[in-house]
Design a protein around this ligand. Structure first.
Ligand SMILES: Cc1cc2nc3c(=O)[nH]c(=O)nc-3n(C[C@H](O)[C@H](O)[C@H](O)COP(=O)(O)OP(=O)(O)OC[C@H]3O[C@@H](n4cnc5c(N)ncnc54)[C@H](O)[C@@H]3O)c2cc1C
Length: 399
C-alpha cells in the first residue's frame, strides 16, 4: 500500500525533512532489527526512499538459529536466507553491503562510511552488540572464538570440524544453548562458569540446578565458580587454565561470556549513551531525527537483547517513520532457552521488584513463581515439562 509521505518526526520538531532519494531514511545494520524495521516501513509505505547500510554482507539470517544449528543438521551456509540483492529487490530499498559507517554528522544529517557519504532525513541505528572481550592470557588466547553473526558461525563450524572437545566459557543463555547443541552432536563439552549455577541472574537456584543436571546428563562437564585465565597451545589442541590452577584439555574454546551494546559510533557523534544508545519509548535518541533499536538500544533505561523486544520496537518505529508516532509498548516477553536436554522459559520480574520466588520442584521440572507480598504473580521460571505452563501463566499475568 502506498500512502502519502509524511515528514520524519523529530523530538522537538527540529529539522524535520521529507525523505527523498537524495536524503532517504537510512537504517544502519542488517540484523533482525534493521531488516524487521525495513519490512515494517514497507508494510505501511511502499515507496518512501530507504537505504540500509551494513558492515556485513547483508544476507538475511535468524541469529537465534546459530545456537541450535548442529542439532538441526544445518551447515553455516544453510542458515543464510535472502542475499542483500534479494532483500533490496523485495523491499524496494537500496542495500549497501560491506559498508561501515565511521561517523555521524548530526547537524548536517549525514553519515560518513568507508565508501563515501550519505545524507539522511532520518537515521536508525540498529548496530547490535559486540562480544565482551575475554581478556585471556596465553599463546592460544587469540584463537578463542565467539559466535555473534553468521560469519563467526562459519568460522566456528570450520574450527570444530573433525574435532571432539569444546570448552565453552560462560554458562549464560548462549553458553548453555551451545553446550546443549554441541553435546547433542557428540562433542565432549566443558563449561566454565563464574556463577554457582547457570543463568543465575535469571533463574532461582533450583531451576538453574535442574538445567545444569539436564545438560550434565548429555555429558556436559560443569566448572562452577571458576573463571578461565590462560589458553595455551597443547599438542594439536589447547590447555585452558582456570583460576584454581586446574587445566582443561580441549580442541576449541568458545567464549560466551556476554555481549555489550555497540555505542561507540553514537557516543562519538554526541548522542547520549549508557549501557546502550539511549532512546525514549518512541525510539528517539538525544538528537533530532536519530533513532536506535535492537541490541544497541537502551530503551527507556533498559537494554533487552532479545528478538521479541526488537520486533515490538521495529513495529513502533516503522509506524513513527511513516507518519504515525507510536511508542514501543512491550507485552510480557518470556525468554525461552533452547536447551532441549532440559528446556527453560523465564519471565524475569521487573528490575527492583520486591518479592521472592516460590519454588515447586517435581520429577518433570521446576515451577518457580515470583510473587509480591500480596501473592501477586510478577514473573516465573519454568523448566522441563513445567514449561508447558507458560501460556497459562502469561494469561494469569495479563488478567
Ligand atoms: C547465538 C545466539 C543465540 C540467540 N538466541 C536467541 C533466542 O533464542 N531468542 C531470542 O530472543 N534472542 C536470541 N539471541 C539474541 C538475538 O539474536 C539478538 O537480540 C538479535 O539478533 C539482535 O539483532 P540486531 O539486529 O539488534 O543486531 P545484529 O544482528 O548484531 O545486527 C547488527 C548489524 O549492524 C551492523 N553494523 C554494526 N556496526 C556497524 C557500522 N558501524 N556500520 C555498518 N553496519 C554496522 C552489523 O554488520 C549487523 O548487520 C541470540 C543471540 C545469539 C548470539
Amino acid at each position: 500500500m502506498t500512502t502519502p509521505l509524511s515528514p520524519i518526526l523529530s523530538p522537538n520538531g527540529e529539522g524535520a525533512q521529507m525523505p527523498s532519494p537524495d536524503r532517504p531514511i537510512v537504517i544502519v545494520g542488517s540484523g533482525l532489527a534493521g531488516y524487521t524495521l525495513l519490512k515494517e516501513i514497507r508494510k505501511r509505505d511502499a515507496a518512501v526512499p530507504v537505504t540500509l547500510v551494513t558492515a556485513d554482507d547483508g544476507a538475511f539470517y535468524s541469529k537465534p538459529k546459530l545456537s541450535n544449528a548442529l542439532a538441526a543438521g544445518k551447515p553455516a551456509a544453510a542458515l543464510a536466507g535472502a542475499s542483500a540483492e534479494k532483500m533490496a529487490a523485495e523491499q524496494n530499498a537500496t542495500v549497501l553491503a560491506h559498508t561501515r559507517v565511521c561517523a555521524i554528522d548530526t547537524q548536517a544529517q549525514r553519515i560518513r562510511t568507508d565508501r563515501g557519504e550519505l545524507d539522511y532525513a532520518g537515521l536508525v541505528l540498529a548496530l547490535g552488540a559486540d562480544p565482551i572481550p575475554h581478556g585471556l592470557q596465553g599463546d592460544g588466547a587469540a584463537d578463542v572464538l565467539a559466535v555473534n553473526d553468521l560469519a563467526d558461525y562459519a568460522a566456528f563450524r570450520a574450527a570444530i570440524d573433525g574435532k571432539r572437545r569444546v570448552t565453552v566459557l560462560g554458562g549464560g543463555l548462549i553458553g548453555c544453548e551451545f553446550a546443549n547443541d554441541l553435546a547433542q552432536a557428540g562433542f565432549a563439552v566443558d563449561v566454565v562458569h563464574l556463577g554457582a549455577w547457570p543463568l543465575e541472574r535469571l533463574l532461582p537456584q533450583e531451576a538453574g540446578v535442574r538445567l545444569a543436571d539436564g545438560l550434565a546428563s548429555l555429558g556436559v562437564t560443569w566448572h562452577f565458580g571458576r573463571t578461565a585465565q590462560r589458553v595455551e597451545h597443547a599438542g594439536e589442541g589447547y590447555g585452558v587454565t582456570l583460576d584454581d590452577g586446574a587445566t582443561i584439555t580441549t580442541d576449541v574454546v568458545l567464549s560466551a561470556i556476554g555481549l555489550r551494546s555497540r555505542t561507540r559510533l553514537a557516543r562519538a557523534a554526541g548522542l547520549a549513551t549508557g549501557r546502550g544508545i539511549q532512546v525514549n519509548r518512541l525510539l528517539e535518541a538525544s538528537v533530532p531525527n536519530v533513532y536506535a533499536i535492537g541490541d544497541c538500544a537502551e530503551v527507556d533505561g533498559v537494554v533487552l537483547p532479545y528478538v521479541q523486544p526488537l520486533m515490538v520496537q521495529a513495529r513502533a518505529l516503522g509506524a513513527t517513520l511513516t507518519g504515525a508516532p507510536t511508542a514501543a509498548v512491550y507485552p510480557a516477553m518470556p525468554v525461552v532457552v533452547k536447551t532441549p536436554a532440559h528446556p527453560v522459559a523465564v519471565l524475569p520480574p521487573t528490575i527492583g521488584a520486591a518479592g521472592g520466588w516460590k519454588v515447586e520442584c517435581g520429577d518433570a521440572g521446576v515451577c518457580a513463581l515470583h510473587l509480591d507480598a500480596a501473592g501477586q504473580l510478577q514473573g516465573f521460571a519454568l523448566t522441563g515439562a513445567e514449561t508447558g505452563r507458560r501460556d497459562a501463566l502469561l494469561k494469569a499475568l495479563a488478567a
